[in-house]
Design a protein around this ligand. Structure first.
Ligand SMILES: [Zn+2]
Length: 78
């Protein structure tokens, strides 16, 4: 798992958003997760609920929504 994190770190900013590489045509369906450099804030990446290899850095301002659990955990951290 740590190897995967290292792999994605090479391609992603330390902190930011990630979304599936194969983005659906319908931008409203994009689901962004918040990435803290090691895991998604919802912890789906470290628990295996999300295959990090299939994700890349993303920009929520382009459409879609941000994972609610990520947002909730972000609120708790700050
Ligand atoms: Zn999330």
């Amino acid at each position: 798992m740590f190897e995967l994190f290292d792999m994605i770190k090479e391609n992603l900013p330390e902190v930011g958003y990630i979304a599936k590489k194969k983005i659906p045509q319908n931008k409203a369906k994009w689901k962004h997760h918040m990435w803290d450099g090691e895991d998604t804030l919802c912890r789906l990446a470290s628990t295996g609920g999300l295959n990090i290899k299939r994700y890349e850095s993303s920009d929520p301002s382009q459409g879609g929504s941000v994972c609610k659990m990520c947002r909730d955990n972000y609120e708790k951290r700050n």
